[in-house]
Ligand binder design. Sequence first.
Ligand SMILES: [Mg+2]
Length: 153
Amino acid sequence: MKLVFLDFDGVLNSSGFLYGSGEPFSTTSADEKIDPEAVRRLNEITDRTGASIVVSSAWRIGKRVADLRGLLHRHGVTGQVVGATPTGGRTRGDQIAESLEYQQRLGRVIESFVILDDDRDMGPLTDALVKTTQARGLQDEHVAQAIEILGEK
Ligand SMILES: [Mg+2]
């Protein structure tokens, strides 16, 4: 299987999206903090590669995978949401590495994976990082990079 490790803040939203009007974002509702353009780009990645999604965003804390799946699907995400990375006091890269080991222990063969994130703390997994920016979030160039790493189906 192919996996997309998905951050939300700085990937599915951006300061450009949240504050583009010049007004501070008017709500604290998490549900309104996802940019439809970023969702469209994420869908292009999963559609063209067949990759499934594992949530690595801090949004996963205190939520069940079913809640994250529901939230993403309400926003039009079409990819299959198969899990979330473990939480704990380590770096995000460590959490993703642990998740990969867990998938392999379940007998899943990881054909390829990509990390969509605006942070860099991926350690030895940095080759799989497609680094977005908090200012702009997921852009077309990141779609191309992610598809290159994952491979088209
Ligand atoms: Mg982020």
